[in-house]
Write a protein that binds this ligand. Structure first.
Ligand code: UDP
Length: 239
């Protein structure tokens, strides 16, 4: 079997990754493309768990800013992540990949509840596990869910797939052509420099538990495989 750097990964897919060029909503063609790339690394024997975001459908904080009660706005966001999870699950299953969705808020007609031991068992059996509804609590993010679940399932790393940005920069490379890209960083650097990678709760959790993170561009085909094989693309964040 081909040698892979990462054998069990927790992939964080932002909601926007599923929106394609539209920037919001769900673009099924884009979802299929992502599913095909996931299948490719799954076929190598990689154990894959995914935390999906929901920002393509809803974000709690802006809704709260215009008057909505914050927790209710956040629960709406968590339901959005579940919609994304089901759509991604369907694309993977159509390609012949066995999957399970587990939600942090129980909705038993729709998906399994999150149970750590079962999630690990699914991974061992070669199923892709998709975690939905974040951590199940308002005021948190799916980045924090990614950091939490990665530790819980003993993942080798968090793979943070970004839309069109190939790593961590000291400024936004889309607006500043002089922005500098970091090849390696520590979680503490991210916190100290206030870099926009994950939110600070997710960064702290990753730092305290020495969870590596690879930030890379999802929009370049073959990149998930490159990361899994250990090619030095993107930015690697350690301890
Ligand atoms: N959310 C939440 N708790 C969580 C995860 C998500 O309340 O544990 C809500 C929150 O309102 C957030 C929305 O769900 O704005 C969508 O998640 P997120 O913004 O993390 O998605 P992404 O930016 O990754 O697409």
């Amino acid at each position: 079997m081909t040698d892979r750097k990462y054998k069990r990964v927790l992939m964080k897919l932002s909601g926007e990754a599923l929106a394609g060029d539209q920037g919001q909503g769900i673009d099924l063609k884009t979802v299929n493309e992502i599913a095909a790339e996931l299948k490719e690394v799954h076929d190598l024997g990689t154990q894959i768990a995914i935390v999906v975001g929901g920002g393509n459908l809803w974000r709690g904080e802006p809704a709260a800013k215009v008057g909505m009660e914050r927790s209710r706005a956040d629960y709406t966001g968590m339901l959005g992540t579940t919609m994304n999870a089901l759509v991604l699950q369907d694309a993977l299953e159509r390609m012949g990949v066995d999957t399970r969705v587990q939600t942090a808020i129980t909705m038993q007609q729709v998906a399994e509840p999150y149970i750590r031991g079962r999630a690990i068992r699914h991974l061992e059996k070669g199923r892709i596990v998709i975690f939905a509804a974040g951590v199940g609590s308002p005021y948190f993010s799916t980045d924090t869910a990614a950091a939490l679940r990665a530790n819980e399932i003993n993942a080798d790393a968090i793979l943070m797939a970004k839309n069109g940005v190939d790593g961590v920069y000291d400024d936004d490379p889309r607006t500043n052509p002089d922005a500098h890209k970091f090849n390696t960083l520590t979680h503490l650097d991210i916190l100290k420099k206030g870099l926009k990678v994950m939110d600070s709760t997710a960064s702290s959790l990753s730092m305290e538990n020495n969870m590596p993170l690879v930030v890379f561009n999802l929009n370049q085909s073959g990149n998930i495989k490159r990361v899994i094989m250990g090619e030095p693309i993107g930015t690697t964040v350690v301890g």
